[in-house]
Every structure is written in structure tokens, then in C-alpha cells.
Design a protein around this ligand. Structure first.
Ligand code: HEM
Length: 224
């Protein structure tokens, strides 16, 4: 996939890609909330027994994933900086709720061992804690006027959250072939998705010039 004009990947604006990546878990979340009134299936009993964390998690993740995607669009930030600030505050609050409820469910919910082994349990604690820490560091950075540092921490936090989307993508092919993936293989795939997202975001942060290269204006080199 080639990065082209400012904020575009393969001709499409960055937010489109980010929303596309989060669409599967967001639809799963909507389905989970809509199904919450139904008779609880035994496998999903944990959600109906303790609906608060999962409901908060899904509602906050929906806003965070969708609004957060547009926070990374440099064009929108430049055109409506006040909107970026207002949306940013709500988005950060939602991101904190996503991380904290993720941590809450990891530690307190009776997740079947096939869906969360020891490895995934430890990784989820690390991811949720890191996401909260990255958001706090992002806020501290912008309050200190350090814009680059703010962008970097916010990108890292968002990349961790969107692990949910990468996990759905990575689990889809083996699930279609073998049925539901459980146990250590699932733990490893889930972990790999977060590592992959972090690797991608660190690469983008290491090469900001390519990602934000201005469009060349033919014939007016002095203004380009
Ligand atoms: C935008 C990002 C995210 C989205 C869209 C999302 C979405 C969801 C959804 C839809 C569920 C319900 C799953 C089901 O119905 O079976 C869920 C559960 C859960 N999420 Fe997230 N999530 C996100 C980020 C995170 C993060 C960063 C963590 C950190 C560890 C996390 C941890 C969890 C945990 C522990 C559960 C409960 C799993 C279970 O009981 O099987 N999520 N998430």
C-alpha cells in the first residue's frame, strides 16, 4: 500500500482506513448491545451477569474509534482547530474508559480460558495500562506545547485500541477454515495484532516526512 498525498494512503484519506479497520469490532459491539436483552447464552453469561463494563467499553470504543480517526486528519485539524480541541477532550475521555474497562474485564470478568489464557491476560493488562498511560502522556505533552510528542502518544494509544480491528482481520481467515480459534493460538494472534499495530505506528512516526509530504504544486516551486 503506497502513501501518497498528505494524509492519504492509496488515494484514500487516513480516517477512511482507520474507520475501516475498526468496523468489525464496532459492528460486533453493536450486536452485543442489541443482544443484551435476549436470554443469555451460557458462553456469554459474563456479559449479562455484569453488563456495566462491557456496555461502557463498547459505547466508549465506538466514539473513540470513529472520532479518533478524524483527529489524525491534518487537513481537518488545520481547518477547524477548535473542533479538534473539543473533540479531542471527549475522545481522550472515551479512550480512558476503553482502557480502564478493558482492564476491568480482563481482571474481574469470568472469561473462559479458551478465550483468554494466561498470555492474553497478561498482555491485555499491559495493553490497557499502556493505552491509559499513552493518553495521559499525550495530554501532558500538548499542555506543555509539545505538538509532535502529543501526536506520537495519541497515535500509539489509538494503535493499541485498534488492535481490536487487526485482531478481527487476523482471526477471520483461520476462523473461516478451522472454526472458532481458541487457546494459545488465539492468545498469540491477539498479541501479534497489538505488536503489529505498534510496529506500524512506530514506522510512521519514524518517517513523518513521507506521511505528511505536501502535494507538489506544478509551476509554483516557491509556494510548494
Ligand atoms: C476501539 C477499540 C476497541 C473496540 C472497538 C473493542 C470492542 C470490544 C467488543 C465489541 C467487546 C465485546 C466482545 C464480545 O461481545 O464478545 C470487547 C470486549 C473486551 N475488550 Fe475490547 N475493544 C476495544 C479495545 C480494547 C482494548 C484496548 C482492550 C485492552 C485490553 C480491550 C479489552 C477487552 C476485554 C478484556 C473484553 C472482554 C472479552 C471477553 O469477555 O471475552 N478492548 N471489546
Amino acid at each position: 500500500m503506497s502513501r501518497s498525498a498528505a494524509g492519504h494512503i492509496a488515494g484514500l484519506p487516513l480516517p477512511v482506513w482507520l474507520v475501516a479497520l475498526s468496523i468489525v469490532p464496532l459492528l460486533g459491539g453493536a450486536a452485543r448491545l442489541l443482544a443484551s436483552g435476549d436470554a443469555p447464552a451460557s458462553a456469554d453469561m459474563r456479559f449479562s451477569m455484569a453488563p456495566m463494563p462491557v456496555t461502557l467499553h463498547i459505547a466508549a470504543a465506538t466514539f473513540y474509534a470513529l472520532a479518533g480517526a478524524f483527529q489524525f486528519d491534518s487537513g481537518l485539524r488545520g481547518r477547524w482547530p477548535a473542533l479538534h480541541r473539543v473533540l479531542g477532550r471527549v475522545t481522550v475521555a472515551c479512550g480512558l474508559v476503553v482502557g480502564l474497562t478493558g482492564l476491568w474485564m480482563t481482571l474481574a470478568s469470568e472469561i473462559p480460558v479458551g478465550l483468554q489464557g494466561e498470555l492474553l491476560g497478561v498482555v491485555r493488562v499491559a495493553v490497557a495500562t499502556s493505552m491509559v498511560a499513552f493518553l495521559v502522556l499525550g495530554v501532558i505533552a500538548i499542555q506543555a506545547g509539545q505538538v509532535r510528542r502529543h501526536q506520537a502518544w495519541m497515535a500509539r494509544a489509538y494503535a493499541l485500541a485498534l488492535g481490536a480491528g487487526t485482531q478481527a482481520l487476523l482471526l477471520l481467515p483461520p476462523t473461516l477454515v478451522f472454526g472458532e480459534i481458541t487457546g494459545l493460538v488465539r492468545d498469540l494472534v491477539m498479541t501479534a495484532a497489538w505488536l503489529l499495530n505498534l510496529w506500524v505506528v512506530e514506522r510512521v512516526l519514524a518517517h513523518p516526512a513521507q506521511a505528511q509530504a505536501p502535494r507538489r504544486v506544478v509551476g509554483t516551486p516557491s509556494q510548494a
